[in-house]
Design a protein around this ligand. Sequence first.
Ligand code: ZN
Length: 484
Amino acid sequence: MSETIATLPPIALWQKFYRLTRIPRPSCHERRVREYLTAFGQDLGLETLIDDAGNVLIRKPAVPGYEQRAPLILQGHMDMVPQANADSTHDFAKDPITTRIDGDWVTAERTTLGADNGIGVAAMLAILGANDLQHGPLEVLFTSNEEIGMHGAFGLKPGVLSGKMLINTDMEEEGELCIGCAGGANVNSRLMYREEPVAADWVSYRLCITGLRGGHSGVDIHRGRGNAVALLFRLLKHLQSDFAVRIKSLDAGNLRNAIPREAFCLVAVEPPCAPALTASVKHWQSIFSAELKQTEPQLQIALEAVDLGTDGWIDLSNAQRLVHAICACPSGVIRMSDEIPGLVESSNNLAIVRSAEGEIHIHNLVRSSIDSARDDLCGRLASLFTLAGAETWFDGQYPGWLPDLSASLLEHVRQAYRELFGVEAKISAVHAGLECGILGAAYPGVEMISFGPTIRNPHSPDERVEIKSVARFWDLLVNVLARV
Ligand SMILES: [Zn+2]
């Protein structure tokens, strides 16, 4: 069944993609695909380089008549996400991907397909191998380990590429031209506390907020979903002021790049307050549920009586400072883009609050397409947590890619799209990290654009690519090569 995809049009592209599906290439296990790409360039007699980060660069000279053009960079990542259904025996270390044509789509047998970014890589190989296309000098860059942290893009040294325009092929919606992405930074804070006892007759509970939808902390941040950490602390603030509730332990949120779906905490009150505490939690559940009626229909707040002992409670002063700080912490969308309608410019994901052994750790993930706005927001969080008596540090900073609607590359691609398909392409940007942001930092001033075929459910065994969108992607790419 697999080989039939090699007969789909455009045949040069699908043959290369079929070849790629035979080569295991999960992130961090790229040796074989790197060897294949290198041999591909060398067999064509083209200049082929491998850098220290494992990226492969193949240079193809201009065809006659196009020698005066500036070099154009084509870029895609060589690795893929290895995901299989539980009932699959697929071994990503050695087995080829079994592909299948399913109506208008190509998909894989119970595994990821690797169309992300395999179709783009196949198109780049087809261009390298073609002798019937028109183009100036090409620099074709296959980056390594994109899916697990964009290591190849981070590792690419300045001065290697000479082109001033770059086409990235790693997009998942045909008809969309991506011209920007967000950068990010981790903001980490640590608040120290003393452990104090409560009286032996205090009543203790486990407080649980569950049932939220979560989502990607970048691309879903504008959807108005509840943040379990923010809701927990909003509730704790009322419980502190109304019942002088004490806190023992916090376990709220679990991944920095996911909107928190669940938050747990241990609390205690004096016995006379217990009935009112239960009523208050119910009251706040109904308020939160009403506010988030559309986005969070499954929101649940539970208060379970548990015996927690008298020792090890967070001292009152630090518990109050923590609650005030988290309640004041900006979370969600901070600003929308002035240039791209509907695009989030800056956001913060209040991601994790955890306590253990005298320390409370707070983790935020800030994103922005504007690096100075990212740094400003990081600084505001640092100021806030400093006021609360916590120590704050940043790590994992990476740059954004600022949309430039006046770029000449964008105009070339829009015109090509209009002429080929008779409609306007949609201009978009994403509120998440892309390789273009990283590459743009090492190559300032290089105009960049990203487009690709339509891929559904990437990174999952349901991944599929629309056959006719691959042909349109190819037609657009070839047309753009001839005109820039
Ligand atoms: Zn990708």
